[in-house]
Every structure is written in structure tokens, then in C-alpha cells.
Design a protein around this ligand. Structure first.
Ligand code: PHE
Length: 341
């Protein structure tokens, strides 16, 4: 083998010692074996300058060197890859004897649970969701709902006024007006949201959640409301639960009713939960007052409707046996963890 070839061989052997990664090995290999720029490749091109009688020997020498270099450098690449794999194994080693990290499992808040459950039930009956705003005008919260200024019914709800015109809505009923102003019957909407009243005791909080329902179409009567409520209470409190309507008063419904369901705790016999009456009040409802339809440009001679308003905290308290509304807002995990269905 001529001295030039031997020199390249030595260069490969000594150069390989400095190689530490497969990437370097790849570059190193290119330096010698690349078809165009590699040192051995260039030797091949030299062939034409070699005197014809030496060509055969020269070619053989270059070929041998090429074969050897290929084997050597493939080997080098394998070694580097094996080393890198080993290093990765070391770096990613897992100590399976370490104690496991505990992950706390959360659950939905009772108010969210009830809200979702109600939405599911009503969506199944074909209701669409309308979400109003928490800040309302006096007009939408009261006046359009047949409760003009100085109407005694305004005293039923202690209102947080932001200005003479704006207030924190006291009831999701305000949403009824927005919907009826913008949509022609048939209307079937459900409007969940927070409402605010200056009221604070074991069963009342200044902020709570309501869910308003409104159905307007030709020929809607109190019977339709009753039928829907029967389905509702069975789904929330269990199959055997019944409803009872008592006369009540809301300015925006006529007639107005207070809806009771048979006590799901004692089955109607009378217990602590139903205060011995066998019935539990669950919501307010009624037939939409003609004046409210007119206020929204809907002809009461053609259309009629019913509306209802459910207090979500109240349902949650009844269903989960919570005796103070504050427990729903304090986020005490000891309480919340017990409620997860
Ligand atoms: N908005 C009433 C309340 O908050 C409830 C209600 C809604 C009553 C719809 C009748 C119809 O007390």
C-alpha cells in the first residue's frame, strides 16, 4: 500500500479516538467516504493521473482502504450509538422503589352538579340555553316584567342598585324579556345564572343561582307546566315524587303558583326535612302575564306561555341534606368531598 493511503488509514484511526457522539461519527465518516468530497473518494479520482502501469495496484490499494474504512467507521457509529443508548438508559432510570406520588381526585361542586343535571333534563325536553348578563337595567329586571317603579312587589326582592338605571339582576326572569324581544314563538328557553339580593341568613345568600324556564307558543296552559314539572321532580328526586301547585303571586305571571314536591325523604309522611308537612317547596312559576307578552310585542290573543324559576342552591341543599347555604360557598373540602354524584 502506498504511503499516502497508509497516512489516511492512520488519520482515521487516530481521529476516531476523539469522536464522542454518533453525530460526530457521521461527520467524520463523510470526511473520508463522501462520494464527492471525501478523502478516499478523491483518491479514486486521482486514478487518471497515475501512470498506466501502476494503476491496477493503485486502484486495488484504494479499494482495500475504502473497504477497511467503511467497516471501521460503521463500527465506530455502532459503538457511539450503543454508548448514547446506554447514557439515555442511565438518565431515564426510574427508581421503582420510590413511594408513588398521590394525586388528589377532585369532583364537581354541588351547584355545578345540580346545574348540569337540570340542563341535561331540560335539554332532553328541547329547551335552548340563553345566558343573560348579571348587570341589568331596571327595565329588564322589573318594569318589563310588569313591576313598574313603586310597585309593591319590588319589595319582595331587596335590590343592589348600581345607579338609578342599572342594578345587579335579582332574578333570571330578566332573561325572559331579552328572549321574547328577539325571538318569535315558539320559544322554549332555559336561562341559568347568578342573581343578587341583599339577603343573608342560613338559607339565603346575597349571591345565588337560578334557572329560569320560559315556554311560549299557541295554546300553552298551566297543564303543560304541571306535566313538565311532574317529569322534572321525578328525574331530580326519584320516580315516586309528586308535585303540588299552590296559589301565589308574581307580577309577571297570572295565575302564579308556588310548586311543592312530595318529600323525597319520608315519602310524604312528614319528617324533619319537610317540617312534618310531607311537602317541600321547590320553585315559583306561572302562566306568563299578558302584559309581559305585550311588552315584548307578542300578541296574547295568539300566544300564551308559562315560566318558572328554580333556585339551584335550594335544590342542592335539599338533595344533599345541607342545612346552611354558606357551606356551598365556603369551599371546605371536608364538605365538598362528600358530595359527588
Ligand atoms: N323570578 C321569581 C323569583 O325569583 C321566580 C319565578 C320565575 C316565578 C318565573 C314565576 C315565573 O322569585
Amino acid at each position: 500500500m502506498n504511503a499516502g493511503l497508509e497516512q489516511i488509514r492512520q488519520e482515521i484511526i487516530s481521529g476516531a479516538e476523539a469522536i464522542t457522539t454518533s453525530k460526530e461519527a457521521y461527520e467524520f465518516r463523510k470526511k473520508f467516504l463522501d462520494g464527492k468530497t471525501g478523502k478516499i473518494g478523491l483518491l479514486m479520482r486521482e486514478m487518471k493521473n497515475i501512470p498506466p502501469e501502476q494503476r491496477a495496484d493503485y486502484g486495488k490499494g484504494v479499494n482495500e482502504l475504502k473497504e477497511w474504512a467503511l467497516g471501521f467507521l460503521v463500527d465506530l457509529d455502532k459503538k457511539m450509538k450503543a454508548k448514547e443508548l446506554q447514557e439515555r438508559y442511565e438518565a431515564e432510570k426510574i427508581d421503582i422503589s420510590l413511594p408513588a406520588e398521590r394525586s388528589e381526585q377532585g369532583n364537581l361542586h354541588p351547584i355545578t352538579l345540580i346545574r348540569n343535571q337540570l340542563i341535561d333534563i331540560f335539554a332532553g325536553m328541547g329547551f335552548e340555553i340563553f345566558e343573560g348578563t348579571e348587570i341589568e337595567t331596571d327595565y329588564y329586571n322589573f318594569t318589563a316584567l310588569n313591576t313598574p317603579k313603586d310597585h309593591p312587589a319590588r319589595d319582595m326582592q331587596d335590590t343592589f342598585y348600581l345607579s338609578p338605571e342599572f342594578l345587579l339582576r335579582t332574578q333570571t326572569s330578566a332573561g325572559q324579556i331579552h328572549v321574547m324581544e328577539n325571538k318569535k314563538p315558539p320559544i322554549k328557553i332555559l336561562s341559568p345564572g347568578k342573581v343578587f339580593r341583599s339577603d343573608d341568613d342560613a338559607t339565603h345568600s346575597p349571591m345565588f343561582s337560578q334557572m329560569e324556564g320560559l315556554v311560549v307558543d299557541r295554546g300553552i296552559t298551566l297543564c303543560d307546566l304541571r306535566g313538565m314539572l311532574d317529569e322534572l321532580v321525578k328525574k331530580i328526586f326519584g320516580e315516586g315524587t309528586k308535585t303540588r301547585l299552590r296559589p301565589s303571586y308574581f307580577p309577571f305571571t297570572e295565575p302564579s303558583v308556588e310548586v311543592d314536591c312530595s318529600c323525597f325523604e319520608c315519602g310524604g309522611k312528614g319528617c324533619k326535612l319537610c317540617k312534618g308537612t310531607g311537602w317541600i317547596e321547590i320553585l315559583g312559576a306561572g302562566v306568563v302575564n299578558n302584559k309581559v307578552l305585550e311588552n315584548c310585542g307578542i300578541d296574547p290573543n295568539e300566544y300564551s306561555g308559562f315560566a318558572f324559576g328554580i333556585g339551584i342552591e335550594r335544590i342542592a341543599m335539599l338533595k344533599y341534606g345541607i342545612n346552611n347555604i354558606k357551606l356551598l360557598f365556603e369551599s371546605d373540602l371536608r364538605v365538598l368531598k362528600q358530595i359527588n354524584d
